[in-house]
Structures are given as C-alpha cells and as structure tokens.
Design a protein around this ligand. Structure first.
Ligand code: PEP
Length: 246
C-alpha cells in the first residue's frame, strides 16, 4: 500500500520571516494521514531544517547537481543537501527543463546523484500543450521516464515520480482526474519493467492543484499524491490539500 505524499514546491518564493509563519501553520495543523513535505529554495534549508526537525513534516530541495563536487559555480551537490537532512530533491521540473535546457539524461544523472546520498529524487515528467495536442503525451513522458529507468536500473523503485503537464503548471488549468489517471496508469505500466517499482513508486500529480480540486484528483487509483506549486505558499490551501490526501 503506497502512502499518499503531498509536496509543496515553493519555487523562488518566500522570505525568512514569511517561511517561519507558513511552516508553523503547516506543522500546527498536524497530524496528517498523508506524508507531507516542502521543497524550498536552498538558502532556506538551514532555517527549514531547524524548524521542522522532529516534526512529521519533511523537507527537500528543488534541484540538485549531477556532479559530486568541483568547479560548477552556482550548483549544490547532493552531499550538501544531505548535510541539511533533505529527504527529497525535485529533479527535472519543467521550469528547469525549459529555462535551463536540462536534458532527459541530465535529469537521470541528477536522480542518480540524489539517491547516492540517500535523498529521494522526485522525478518530474510532463508534456507541453503542443505535444498533448499532437497526441504525443504518452510518448513524451515515456521517453522522459525511460532515461531515468536506464540510469537507475533496480533503484528506479526508490524514486518518487511526478506527472506535471506543462500546460497545467501555474496556469490555473488542471488536468481532469480522468486525463491525469490515464497518464499515471501508463507510467505505472512502464514502471513494471523494473522489479517492484510499479507497486512501490508513488506517482504524484502536479499542475494547479488546489484545495477545491485535490480530493477528486487524489481519488484516482494511480494518483498517489500531489506536487503543489502556487497553492503551497498559502497555509490554509496547502493544509486543505494535505488533509484531502488522507
Ligand atoms: C509546480 O511548480 O510543480 C506546480 C505544480 O505548480 P502549480 O501548482 O502552481 O501549478
């Protein structure tokens, strides 16, 4: 049985003062039936770890370097994230793929680097509107997942996967539960190629998840949680989504 997981992606938002209030509200609303985490900008990891340590709310980063160390100005290694006890790191978010030209192979290497330091990569896949309109949705997400599967082998079972249709991220336009379920089911079929990955890997849905649409999305059999952007910055919205998950 896969326990549902709700992850907030703060993107490049927040301040030390605002974060403290938001985290206090999230922690104060526990217990949650689902697993709950926030992925914060790296500079806030120290504060976040200090505030959340010992609570049931977990934390993580929004990216990780594929390299262990070296002359990679601006990058943050998985070992550095591990020093801040990160449980998760997003890899391959569509904003990284789009604005930083991250390839499927680089995303796979980042997932590998995270796992090597005991951090669970949340691997994001998803199609653009043009790709969906061209009937390419399943081919695109299959290609993105295949690169990770090839790099990880049996360790594919140790990732979290997030299906995030690019056209639904930050747009207020959400995939219908049926649209999302159909892609999630295809991804789970593909996971069957690696040991017990199909049974173990949680496949989150992301893309304009809000308090008022979370329950119907999370009721789908292959949707194991949510990756939440904008709504994770509002305590009441995020808490309601976490509660909708269990
Ligand atoms: C995201 O950034 O991963 C995301 C899903 O954003 P939003 O919820 O704002 O669409």
């Amino acid at each position: 049985m896969r326990r549902k997981l709700v992850v907030g992606n703060w993107k490049m938002h927040g301040s030390r003062a605002a974060n403290a209030g938001l985290l206090a509200a999230i922690v104060g609303a526990r217990p949650y039936g689902a697993e709950v985490a926030v992925c914060v900008p790296c500079v806030f990891l120290g504060d976040t770890a200090a505030q959340l340590a010992g609570s049931e709310v977990q934390w993580g980063a929004q990216d990780v370097s594929a390299h262990a160390q070296g002359a990679y100005t601006g990058e943050v290694s998985a070992a550095m994230l591990a020093e801040y006890a990160c449980r998760f790191a997003l890899v391959g978010h569509s904003e990284r793929r789009q604005y930083h030209a991250e390839s499927d192979e680089l995303v796979a290497a980042k997932a590998q680097a995270a796992l090597a330091q005991g951090i669970t990569p949340i691997v994001c896949v998803g199609e653009t509107l043009g790709q969906r309109d061209a009937g390419l949705t399943e081919a695109v997400v299959a290609r993105q997942l295949a690169a990770v599967a090839q790099a990880l082998g049996a360790r594919l079972a140790d990732i979290v996967l997030a299906y995030e249709p690019v056209w639904a991220i930050g747009t207020g336009r959400t995939a219908t539960p049926a649209q999302a379920q159909s892609v999630h089911a295809a991804l789970r079929m593909q996971l069957q190629t690696a040991g017990d990955a199909a049974a173990r890997v949680r496949v989150l849905y992301g893309g304009s998840v809000k308090a008022d649409n979370a329950a119907e999305l999370l009721a789908m059999p292959d949707i194991d949680g949510a990756l939440v952007g904008g709504a994770s910055l509002k305590a009441a919205e995020f808490i309601a989504i976490c509660r909708a998950a269990g």
